[in-house]
Design a binder for this molecule. Structure first.
Ligand SMILES: [Mg+2]
Length: 256
């Protein structure tokens, strides 16, 4: 539990925490790649799991400032065409693919059903709320608006405004500064054990890992029992639904 320190703020990750981004990119990848080739169900599964695993670490290279958001996408598309046995896309073909992908991705953004109520409960409890994200701020503001959360979540700290992303403590501290809370008064919740919950604990916040049933990633980001035990020992809280989050800010005895 978060101990005796009262919670005054909650910072949320966006992708796969509030918004079902994995389903959105899955739909967008299948549709955009389906314009180039006929995909069997097995092809589609292989393609989506390759993208999600991001074994080449291209997204993390974007977060670290080594690739642009489009460059990381291109490298990942090269991996997909290789997995599908297709030739690499030239610049023009990639640009067309990317435009189709982005349009379909944005059309597929959907909020998890436990998300709005969780954010609303935090606001109703008088807590400051905001977002700390490793995606570009403009994209995340558009996503928050598209899923109908813009009335509740206006405070956004993004990798491109801070210059560093999670797991760097600086981005969590910028989130706290934005809320006007101290790290030890602030909860951070996200779907990645290491760069969300573990890194938040490292930055002095209450770090919460949302481990939705059936949603764990494979590849290098897979969570082993050993990694989970170490994270819990370091102070990471684990929840299976955002409906469990309010207990972390409710004082003992205040629950009905
Ligand atoms: Mg996430």
């Amino acid at each position: 539990m978060s101990g005796a320190r009262p919670v005054r703020g909650v910072l949320f990750d966006v992708d796969d925490t509030l918004v079902d981004t994995a389903s959105a990119f899955s739909a967008a990848l299948i549709a955009a790649m389906g314009e180039l080739t006929t995909l069997s169900e097995a092809d589609a599964d292989r393609m989506v799991s390759t993208w999600r695993a991001d074994a080449g670490g291209h997204y993390r290279a974007f977060v670290a400032g080594r690739l642009s958001i489009v460059q990381q996408r291109r490298k990942r598309v090269d991996e997909l065409t290789a997995v599908l046995g297709l030739g690499a896309l030239d610049d023009e073909a990639f640009a067309a693919w990317d435009s189709s992908y982005q349009e379909r991705f944005a059309a597929a953004w959907v909020l998890f059903e436990d998300a709005r109520s969780c954010v609303a409960q935090a606001v109703d409890a008088g807590l400051a709320v905001g977002v700390v994200t490793n995606a570009p701020g403009e994209l995340q503001r558009a996503k928050i608006a598209a899923v109908g959360l813009a009335d509740l979540l206006t405070e956004v700290v993004a990798v491109d405004s801070v210059g560093v992303g999670k797991p760097d403590p600086a981005i969590f501290h910028e989130g706290c500064r934005m809320l006007g809370t101290a790290p030890e008064e602030t909860i951070y919740v996200g779907d990645e054990l290491d760069i969300d919950a573990g890194a938040a604990v490292g930055a002095g916040l209450t770090g919460v890992w949302i481990d939705r049933p059936g949603r764990r990633r494979g590849g290098p980001h897979a969570v082993t029992d050993e990694r989970l035990a170490a994270a819990r020992a370091a102070g990471v809280e684990v929840i299976a639904s955002l409906a469990e989050l309010p207990r972390l800010w409710q004082q003992p005895g205040s629950e009905a």
